[in-house]
Design a protein around this ligand. Structure first.
Ligand SMILES: [Zn+2]
Ligand SMILES: [Zn+2]
Length: 285
């Protein structure tokens, strides 16, 4: 018999996230839990339809149900008193989504790495993080950026990442006041508004640092991440580039400001954790 596509323990984190992403409660019957969760993990049709030893039960269903039972019994992460068929996170369960115990994180990581190394035919690559929220999507896309080192460093900018970030920001500038934008929204033929993206650490800087051997892999990862990008209107984009004295990005204030303090622009963050600290901002902050 084929082994399980994922074990009960490896499923703890994805299952908690799945319930959390559905408002903290799912109806076991109505939410098409089994397929939706399998989709999220990239399981194949074959893995979803395998039967347990003896052929009496669906293996995927058993894994999900036993995983839920353990989260209830051992972690008290799922409510014991909710009505039949309702899986509801307890306060403890919610806290576990925010700060998962390390053994749970480790199980998921192990599963993911094993699967990446031996990806079954027809399976989709496993998700980097087990949640389906916008933030996760952007993190995943950041991970997908490629690195090419030739004569100098070439960074293949991921147009898809910039596009996704503009979408998530609903085409609104992060420097404009929503109710009184400095640059009036520019409607386009497809119904969206025109906005640009600005890379906080640019390519020239990356290349220079690389040539001096100053760029570590973690720094590289940060440079090519969504934490290095802000969504801006054309007015503010040119302001950042051409204002004199120069406007410097100050991450711990989420602002651009001149060294003399004469001008300052606050950045509006509309996505949780966007622009969180990265290694390239090191320098004591
Ligand atoms: Zn603006
Ligand atoms: Zn720019």
């Amino acid at each position: 018999m084929a082994e399980q596509a994922i074990t009960q323990e490896q499923l703890f984190l994805p299952l908690l996230h799945f319930i959390s992403d559905h408002g903290g409660e799912i109806d076991r019957q109505e939410d098409r839990l089994l397929d939706a969760l399998a989709d999220r993990l990239g399981l194949t049709d074959e893995e979803r339809s395998r039967t347990t030893e003896g052929g009496s039960r669906n293996q995927w269903r058993s894994t999900v149900e036993f995983s839920r039972a353990k989260l209830l019994d051992e972690y008290r992460a799922i409510d014991n008193d909710s009505p039949q068929g309702i899986w509801r996170l307890t306060d403890r369960g919610r806290a576990m989504v925010e700060h998962p115990p390390s053994e749970i994180q480790e199980s998921f990581r192990e599963w993911r790495q094993r699967r990446l190394a031996h990806l079954p035919q027809d399976a989709l690559p496993p998700p980097f993080r087990p949640s389906g929220r916008a933030v996760t999507r952007l993190e995943n896309m950041s991970q997908g950026l490629t690195r090419e080192v030739t004569e100098t460093l070439r960074v293949k900018r991921n147009a898809g990442l910039a596009k996704a970030l503009r979408e998530e920001y609903k085409y609104r500038c992060q420097l404009c006041d929503d109710s009184h934008p400095d640059c009036p929204p520019i409607p386009m033929a497809d119904g969206r508004y025109y906005v640009e993206v600005h890379h906080l650490h640019g390519l020239a800087e990356v290349a220079a640092r690389h040539e001096h051997g100053q760029l570590s892999d973690s720094e590289y990862a940060n440079l090519t991440s969504w934490h290095n990008i802000v969504v801006v209107c054309p007015y503010h984009h040119m302001l950042i580039h051409h204002h004199d004295p120069p406007l410097e990005f100050v991450r711990n204030e989420l602002a651009f400001r001149t060294a003399d303090g004469g001008a300052a622009l606050k950045i509006v963050r509309r996505l949780e954790s966007h622009l969180e600290a990265t290694a390239t901002d090191g320098e004591g902050k």
